[in-house]
Design a protein around this ligand. Structure first.
Ligand code: NAD
Length: 480
């Protein structure tokens, strides 16, 4: 069950150690803390699926191993992604579910934490097979009442996306005819299947907003030897999937320089900067970054973690920064796009080197924040902005006309357009996300600065999260 990481502790044990460290700064009843820390429900399943080998076309029945873990029901529904990976195991899913509880608390999303995983190498299977596996997994969740808009709401994670979420909603709806809120059973769906605009980019955009907020604080930047702002900062990104690509995109758009990227088979490096879209075009045409002509290609993808840069964004999998490679890491900021990229041993070394680690449970919370907006859209059965966009535009137009009439001047056309526009769904989603990430960063930083003994932002984030979860038990009178 346990997956050993570099320090001899499993991923879930590492999360528990972070939790225990944070409780030194809190004074809740030990029973309450034990309840918050525990994984409430663990559903391990095995089911047979007719699989088709992608290369040979041969068909056979395979028994698939899968999990769904609900870490906490202090608020319902539970929420968390579904991962497709050959490394999925119970311990990993438990760790990721626990992180979801704390993540939701930090960004004030009213959900308990959950996570799911199917232990498969999706590259091996045809699309038809992946659809059968996803639909059967959903059916298993339905059978045990582990999915539903008020029970547990999955979302995309490593190896899954809009397509898989759309298969899930279609299966759920087929089993729940007439359930008016059925589309709220999963988030990260495609737009025609009840998704929300901005969800695809949300985690990466949230990573950008979170780091931008960190980089705007002169006092904190001075401590790590950086100037404020994103422009001109050198970034390195591990993993060009959903989180990595969109994070890189928003940083580059803000003027950052992409000096390294890593994918599963190699790393690309160029200290002068690289063109992200050109790299993505090469990746989609060739199926790999190998032989990319406009950068140095290094066969070891881990090299991108050690490159000379200001901000390192691990956005692939957990336990990639360890005691072994941490001494060679040169970045001043680690922006944890992935869940659990640093082991505690790796983190200790980085903290001694005065590196600012902006922790996963805050930084990649943009995905669940916008999933919350999608769920609200599904429950309200109306697109954000539909009722008031035109009204706002008409009112703004009257206001602008008045300004022009009173001043006798005509406003510049671009500015006029901006002043007159009403917000559509994507504007509202992005604005809600930006506000959430800024507020959450300031809350975490407040805890960090308030306790002089807290040396790192992760401990502060755990303190904030545990405090919020605990108060939801105590204010309800469930706990003394
Ligand atoms: P994804 O499947 O879209 O992309 C992951 C990418 O990483 C793939 O392109 C893969 O080839 C690459 N990769 C795998 N191993 C690698 C290695 N050793 N070196 C370099 N690249 C490697 O997955 P994702 O959704 O972007 O998730 C990435 C991480 O972010 C995971 O830890 C996930 O839990 C976390 N996360 C995802 C979301 C989300 O909304 N998708 C939200 C929060 C956190």
């Amino acid at each position: 069950m346990k997956k050993e990481s570099q320090n001899g502790h499993s991923f879930f044990q590492n999360v528990e150690r972070y939790f225990d460290k944070a409780t030194n700064y809190l004074s809740y009843d030990p029973g309450l803390l034990a309840q918050i820390k525990a994984c409430n429900s663990v559903y391990q399943m095995r089911f047979p699926v007719l699989v088709e080998d992608k290369k040979t076309g041969n068909k056979s029945v395979e028994v698939i191993e899968a999990y769904r873990v609900q870490h906490s029901q202090h608020k319902v529904p539970c929420k968390g992604g579904i991962r497709f990976s050959p490394d999925v195991n119970q311990d990993e899913v438990m760790a990721l579910a626990a992180l979801m509880t704390y993540k939701c608390a930090i960004v004030d999303v009213p959900f308990g934490g959950a996570k799911g995983g199917i232990r498969i190498d999706k590259k091996k299977y045809s699309d038809d097979t992946l659809e059968r596996i996803t639909r059967r997994y959903t059916t298993e969740l339905i059978k045990k009442n582990f999915i539903g808009p008020g029970i547990d709401v999955p979302a995309p994670d490593y190896g899954t996306g809009e397509r898989e979420m759309s298969w899930i909603v279609d299966t759920y709806v087929a089993f729940h005819p007439g359930e008016i809120n059925a589309y709220g059973c999963v988030t990260g769906k495609s737009i025609p299947n009840g998704g929300v605009r901005g969800r695809r980019e949300a985690t990466g955009r949230g990573v950008y907003f979170g780091i931008r907020e960190a980089c705007n604080i002169a006092e904190d930047m001075k401590k790590i030897g950086l100037t404020t702002g994103i422009e001109g900062k050198r970034i390195s990104v591990q993993g060009l999937g959903n989180v990595g690509y969109y994070s890189a995109k928003f940083f580059v758009e803000a003027g950052a320089i992409l000096v390294a990227v890593a994918e599963i088979d190699c790393a690309l490096m160029n200290p002068k900067g690289m063109d992200l879209e050109d790299i993505m075009k090469w990746k989609s045409e060739k199926g790999s970054l190998l032989n990319y002509p406009k950068a140095k290609v290094v066969k070891n993808p881990g090299a991108a973690l050690e490159v000379d840069c200001d901000i390192l964004i691990p956005a692939a999998l957990e336990s990639v920064i360890t005691e072994e490679n941490a001494p060679r890491i040169k970045a001043k900021i680690i922006a944890e796009g992935a869940n659990g990229p640093c082991t505690p041993g790796g983190e200790d070394i980085l903290l001694k080197k005065n590196v600012l680690i902006v922790p996963d449970m805050f930084l990649n919370a943009g995905g669940v924040t916008v999933s919350y907006f999608e769920w609200l859209k599904n429950l309200s059965h109306v697109r954000f902005g539909r009722m008031d966009k035109r009204f706002t535009e008409n009112t703004n137009k009257i206001f602008v006309d008045q300004i022009e009439r009173v001043t006798g001047q005509t406003l510049e056309s671009g500015a006029k357009l901006l002043l007159e526009q009403g917000a559509d769904e994507e504007d509202l989603v992005n604005s809600g996300l930006e506000d959430t990430m800024i507020n959450a960063y300031q809350q975490v930083r407040h805890v960090w600065k308030k306790h002089s003994k807290i040396k790192d932002m992760r401990t502060a984030a755990f303190v904030l999260a545990i405090d919020k979860v605990a108060s939801s038990y105590t204010t309800l009178g469930i706990w003394p």
